[in-house]
Each structure stands twice: as C-alpha cells, then as structure tokens.
Write a protein that binds this ligand. Sequence first.
Ligand code: ATP
Ligand code: MG
Length: 337
Amino acid sequence: MQNKKRSLTGDRPTGRLHIGHYFGSLQSRVKMQEDDSIERFVMIADVQALTDNFNNPQKVRDNVYQVLLDYLSVGIDPEKTTIFLQSMIPELAELTVYYSNLVTLARLERNPTVKTEIAQKKDLFGESVTYGFLGYPVSQAADITAFEGELVPVGEDQLPLIEQCREIVRKFNSIYGETLKEPKAVLSSNKRIKGLDGNEKMGKSLGNAIYLSDSEEEITKKVMGAVTDPGRIRKDDLGNPDVCMVAYYHGLFSKDEVEKICEECRAGKRGCVDCKKQLAKNIIEALRPIREKRKYYEERPELLEKILKDGTKKAQEIAKETMRKVKESMKLNYFDE
Ligand code: ATP
Ligand code: MG
C-alpha cells in the first residue's frame, strides 16, 4: 500500500521491559495495531545496546529474547507489526557513517538526553565518553529514516533524539536533494513513568523498575520497598500523596480508588503498609495476563526464532531500498545500471 505511513519504535536489549515501557510506549504500540493506515515496525536495538554494554555481549544477546518475549506478552502481534533485529541490517551502520558528516560534535554534546545518560554512566566512561555512545543519536537517525518512519511513538526522554534526527534529515535533503522523510515523535499520555525510588524515570539500567515479567513475590517485595512520604512516620501522621510513589502507582493501577486512597492518606487514616499491600495486589492482577502469555512463548523457542527471522527479513528489504535511494542522491551509485 502506497499511502501508508510507517511507524518505527525500538527498545535496547539491556534488560527486560518494565511498567514504564508499558505505559509509556508498549500500550500505544498495541493500540496502533488497530489502525490500518499505519505500517508498524519494532526494532530490538542490540547495536545501540552495545554502545554502553560493549564489554558485556552476553547480556545483550540474552536480553534480545527477553525483550521479544515482553513484546509478545503485551500483545504486539507479529502478524500486524514487523519485529526485527538491528544488528542484522548492515545498511543501518552504513547510513550512520554517511549521516555522521551532517552533525557536529558540539551538537551531540549539547543533546540533553545524551548529557544526562553520560552523567549516569560515569562508572563506565570515566571522564571521557566513547565515540560510539556520543554518536548513538546519529545511529538512531539511521534506524528511523531507513524505514521511512514518519511516526515514532516514544517516551519523553527520546524527544531530543527525534529532534536531532529531524535536523539530520533536513540537512541531508538540503545538500543531496529531497530523499528522506522527516519523522514526528508521538508521545503517549504517560510521557514518563517514575521509578520506585522516586527517580523521575523508571529505567532498566537504573535498578528502580517493576518488570512485566516479575513474579508475584518480586512485585510484592519491590512495592513494599517503594519510596513513600518521608515526613510520615506513624500511621496517624497526615500524609502527602504527592511525594509518595505508592500513591503515584495507585494512579496507574488503582484508577477507580486512587482519589479515595489519597484522601485517606491526607487525613492520616491509611497506613502505608496496607496501602502498599493493596497496590501490590492490583499490580499482580494487572500483570497476570501478561505473565501468562509470556509463559506460552517461553515454552516455544522455535516460534520465537521464526518470528524474529521473518521480521528481520522483511526489514532488510526495506532498508536496502532506502540505501539505494540514499546512495543515488549522494552520487555513490557506482555499479548500478
Ligand atoms: P536503559 O536504561 O538501558 O536506557 P530504558 O528503560 O531507558 O533502558 P530504552 O530501551 O532506552 O529503555 O527505551 C525504550 C523506549 O521506552 C523509549 O521510547 C523510551 O522513551 C521508553 N521509556 C523508557 N523508560 C520509560 C519510562 N520510565 N516512562 C516512559 N517511557 C519510557
Ligand atoms: Mg534508555
């Protein structure tokens, strides 16, 4: 179909996916499957994962299948969404090289997302960051444009990266002629889910997440350790749900009750322990169908491999076609007819 718009999203296989991904991105990807005017692609970004896990290839490899399981368990349907593996598309690396001429070091260093992430990765990078990590927004621009992704549903932390991609596209088109499509970020209403520790972002590399695949015991344990109002010591102290992570997650998992819960907390009529138990129960119930679906796929490794292979094959064909256009525009089409 010619007039279909393409959407591209992806996740780094640096860990299993968590409820931040669910509310921030996965839910809207599943919903998008109902829209026939969109052709959907989801990429497992193993090359990007290596930018800060280059010394841990086994971790990345293991998590490719974990992320695939997460996708399938939340309802990303391989019949409706092409799921593929980044490292199996060499055109993405090739495009990255060409795009790297179109962005300055200063611009990359100013990117707020990259800046925050470098600061969080002091253990890995010390005082000097690698070329690969600093340049990952360029590689991300290659991913998006290779599939002519016009719609990119992402969390808020990704906005500066999409902006960077748009700049590269404009620059490319102005120098080499109109070739690439400018993408647009699509933000879900849950732009950024906070961590159990109160951090502004739940992140798989931040150790503050409830994973979609966590067991009932793990969920309970994590919820019991979530950050609550530090000013509240005894049960009848008046609470402030605005600074409490438990109240915050009640807002996601106990929608019908959250108003009452916060009222009781403010009035000092609700103990934190009971409040946490109630939350843990609601999260366990909400994630039950996801856990069950995951189990189904976990028991079928051949099916998992087939899904990933078929999706990657389809993605390879599209990336090849974009590469052909790009090389033609850049006058690099040497041996073509
Ligand atoms: P890492 O810490 O390894 O970078 P991550 O948790 O940030 O992992 P990514 O794979 O980098 O996950 O991001 C995948 C997608 O999920 C992105 O679109 C990102 O915006 C979104 N996302 C990640 N964390 C959250 C969150 N806490 N709330 C909303 N969206 C999120
Ligand atoms: Mg991230």
